[in-house]
Design a protein around this ligand. Sequence first.
Ligand SMILES: [Fe+2]
Length: 235
Amino acid sequence: MFIDFHSHILPQIDDGSSSVEESIELLKMEAEQGITHVVATPHFYAHHDSPEKFLARRAEAKARLDEAMEKYPGLPRVSLGAEVYFFRGISDSDILSELTIDNKRYILIEMPEAPWTDGMYSELEAIATRRGITPIMAHMDRYIRPLKTYRIPERFEELPVLVQANASFFLRGGFTTKMALKLLKEDKIQLIGSDCHNLSVRPPRIGSALEVIEKELGKKYIDRILEYGSSVFDD
Ligand SMILES: [Fe+2]
C-alpha cells in the first residue's frame, strides 16, 4: 500500500493535469508503479484565491475524475488535499482544517524560497501545537540545493513536522541521489511524492525512486516510508 503524497492529478484545477483523460493516464502510471493511494494536492494560494471557490473547484474536479475512474478498475484510491502556499497568519487561519488531507490532521505546506525567518518557523510549530495539525513540508529537496547547505535546515529537526521529498530527488544521479539517500537513511525525509503534473515533462516516477532506494539502502527503508505513510491515515 504505497501512497503518493503530492500530486497535481485532478483535472483542470491548477498547472497539473489538463483533462480527465490525462488524469486517468497518470493514475494508470501510478498503478503500474505499485502506488495504491494518491493524495491530490492542487495548489492553493491564499493571497489570490478564496477557500470557498477553491473547495468548490476541487470538489467539481474530483467528481469528474471519480466518474471517469468507474470505467477503470484497479486505479489507486484518490484522497483530497491541497498544496497550501505558506502565508503570514497561516497558523491562525480558519482555512487550515478544510485543506487537510481527507479533512484529518495533516496538511501539505509549500514554503517560499529559503532561508526562512523565525516567524515562519514559529507558525509551523503553532500549526502543530495549537491547531493539532501536522505540517507535511512539500518537496523539501527543492530548497536544499539553493541553500547550498546540502542539508535540511536544522530547525526542521526540532519541529513537529513531516518532510516530503519528490521522487525526482532520488533520480537525478550522482551527488544529488547520494544526498537524497543519506537524508532518507538519517530519517530526515519521511514521505515521498511524485509531484506529477502531466504525462509529458512531469510524469509520476515514484516506482523508479523506490527501485533506487531498495537497491542502495534495502527494503527496510521502503518499509519505513510505508509506516510513515499509513500513520497519516490512522486516526
Ligand atoms: Fe506540487
